[in-house]
Write a protein that binds this ligand. Structure first.
Ligand code: AMP
Ligand code: ZN
Length: 468
């Protein structure tokens, strides 16, 4: 297989990639719903989209990346009922929906940066694009794809012949058996809201006037409206979690292909698998979550979490356990340690020797972003005895443009990056004992710390400790 091949959910196979327009690749990624803190599972979609971007960059493409921020319309229930997640969070905390959205957007963007994700060119908020969403719903209404009921304006999925195609849905199985809690008046369980009316007697923080009455946009509408706004009526790649295939992405496709008579609206659909957590799905709604700050508190660097992500293929389910993240943290430290030994060493590399590793690294990433295989090539380089220090650094620096592990600047976990007053005090005591010639005492402290996995090292800046 030569050239970049990416798995396309739309066709259920890997395909040779080429953009619609020259060397410009346009990507839209479904972003976070900002009603609470994003957990480390929620970061996987953006680590995946970032890896995709970096591989495209290495292949010589120019990328425009748009990520949306859902700050209205995402309901708590599975179907078109239940409270809006933002409104519910506002009610619980006594703060405004706007304040909550701002806080968690800021935190999410900071976390994305900490795990090495490049900034997108556009971050767009649903509440800033209500006008475009109303325009899209009107367009669908004018073309006869909608019906109005007491709850709002709905998309009539029976009018779109390809509705079941993308997710390979069995719509007849859904028929008749309406889902528990579903909206009265819906013609088919799969039909979805384009505009929801504020219920009588209810006051929402977030509501707008529309041709159908005061209310708010259905969740799916924002991604169609904003991707068209920033990327045009056709674009190259749409990403998101696998959970989006049967409903959210199916509905985005229905709306957009009907409104604009385009097919396929998006060429490549790419979906990343979930991270499970101690045998269960990590999910905000079940409270089974781990934040990036929780890892940092335990001495795991954010980039070690990126290293953990790179250890599995993005289409593989990945299991998060204490042992797995600790193993990744150690692996990352070791790779950084290897990089430090050769960092900045210059010399004349042998192009033939570099070429072989470079080709294997590239081939792995070109094969639907096979990061674990590419990481293994980086390790071969780091450990190679055939390559000079300059050659190793030249390759590692180049690979790191794609891996994003900051091999040029990172330091391993040492006293400098981790502080622990108890260990600092024991190390100082040992130093005192050595100075006073109490070598037995000094050795005893060293052995005691070694039993905890702490290694003491003499460096130019004095004595330091690190975890083994
Ligand atoms: P949300 O903020 O809940 O809308 O989720 C944001 C994104 O995170 C969605 O694209 C989900 O598919 C994805 N996601 C949620 N939980 C996980 C998980 N445990 N592993 C991987 N992706 C997840
Ligand atoms: Zn979306």
């Amino acid at each position: 297989m030569t050239g970049l091949h990416l798995y396309n959910t739309r066709l259920r196979c890997k395909q040779s990639f080429s953009p619609l327009e020259g060397d410009h690749v346009r990507i839209y990624s479904c972003g976070p719903t900002v009603y609470s803190a994003q957990h480390i599972g929620n970061l996987r979609p953006y680590l995946f989209a970032d890896l995709l971007r970096r591989v495209l960059r290495a292949e010589g493409y120019r990328v425009t990346h748009v990520i949306n921020i859902t700050d209205v319309g995402h309901l708590v229930g599975e179907v078109e009922t239940g409270e809006d997640k933002m409104e519910a969070a506002a009610r619980r905390s006594g703060r405004s929906a706007g304040e909550i959205a701002e806080q968690f957007t800021r935190q999410w963007r900071e976390d994305c940066r900490r795990v090495g994700c490049l900034d997108a060119q556009v971050y767009c908020k649903a509440t800033d694009h209500v006008e475009q969403q109303i325009a899209l719903a009107r367009r669908l209404e004018a073309k006869g794809y909608t019906y109005a009921i007491d709850d709002g304006l709905y998309f009539d999925t029976s009018k779109f012949g390809r509705y079941a195609e993308f997710a390979r849905l069995d719509l007849s199985a859904q028929e008749g058996g309406s889902r528990i809690g579903d909206v009265p008046g819906k013609r088919h369980p799969a039909d979805f809201a384009l505009w929801k009316l504020t219920a009588p007697g209810v006051r929402r923080q977030q509501e707008w006037d529309s041709p159908w009455g005061r209310g708010f946009p259905g969740w799916h509408l924002e991604c169609s409206a904003m991707s068209i706004e920033y990327l045009g009526q056709n674009f190259d790649i749409h990403t998101g979690g696998v959970d989006h295939i049967p409903v959210h992405h199916t509905n985005e496709i229905a709306q957009t292909e009907c409104a604009y008579d385009v097919h396929p609206w998006v060429n490549w659909w790419m979906h990343e698998e979930f991270i499970d957590f101690r045998g269960d799905k990590m999910s905000k709604s079940t409270g089974n979550i781990y934040l990036l700050d929780d890892l940092v508190e335990r001495g795991v660097k954010p980039l070690a979490y990126r290293y953990f992500f790179l250890q599995a293929h993005y289409r593989q389910q990945q299991t998060f356990t204490d042992e797995a993240i600790e193993a990744a943290a150690i692996g990352y430290d070791r790779l950084v340690g290897q990089a430090i030994e050769v960092r900045g060493v210059s010399g004349k590399p042998d192009p033939e020797k570099l070429g072989e590793f470079r080709e294997r690294f590239r081939a792995a990433m070109r094969d639907d972003l096979n990061a674990p295989r590419a990481l293994a090539v980086a390790w071969e380089v780091a450990r190679s005895r055939d390559l000079s220090a300059a050659e190793r650094w030249s390759l590692l620096a180049e690979f790191d443009d794609v891996l994003g592990l900051d091999l040029a600047g990172a330091v391993p976990r040492t006293a400098a990056s981790e502080s622990n007053p108890r260990i600092d005090a024991r190390v100082a005591e040992r130093e005192g004992a050595r100075r006073d010639g109490r070598f037995g005492e000094a050795d005893r402290i060293r052995d005691e710390l070694a039993a905890e996995g702490i290694v003491i090292e003499d460096t130019q800046e004095g004595v330091k400790w690190r975890r083994r």
